[in-house]
Each structure stands twice: as C-alpha cells, then as structure tokens.
Design a protein around this ligand. Sequence first.
Ligand SMILES: [Zn+2]
Length: 75
Amino acid sequence: MEATATRQTVAREPVDGECPSCGTAALARYPVLGAGGWFQVVKCQGCLSSVSREPWNRLGSVDRDHADRVAGLAR
Ligand SMILES: [Zn+2]
C-alpha cells in the first residue's frame, strides 16, 4: 500500500543539440544533488551519458527568473 510514497518530480528542460556519444538529439538539463552540492547537468536521455555538469545554486536564478516571467505575464 505504499506505491508512490516518495515521488520525486524533477523539472527536465529540453536542450538543443546532439549527444556526442550516440548522436541522438535528446538532451535534457536538470539539477542533481552530488557530493559537492547541486549540479546542473545535461544528459542524453537516450544513452544517459553526461554532456556537461556545472555547479548550481538551488536557490539561484532559475526559480526567480521563472517568477519574474510569470509576474510579467500576469500584468
Ligand atoms: Zn546519447
């Protein structure tokens, strides 16, 4: 009776470009929590190879930028 008790929702952002490993145009960017904190990674959704990985502040500009855009549209 505990089917989806811990459902995690990760916002995956589609990224233009092809995977250098398998050539599939199925790249996605999303935050992951690693040993050194949060990282923004771009991974191929076909073969799951990492294309890029950079430090990311989870309290950073992403949510704020989104909020600003929503606020702008709401006016
Ligand atoms: Zn790939």
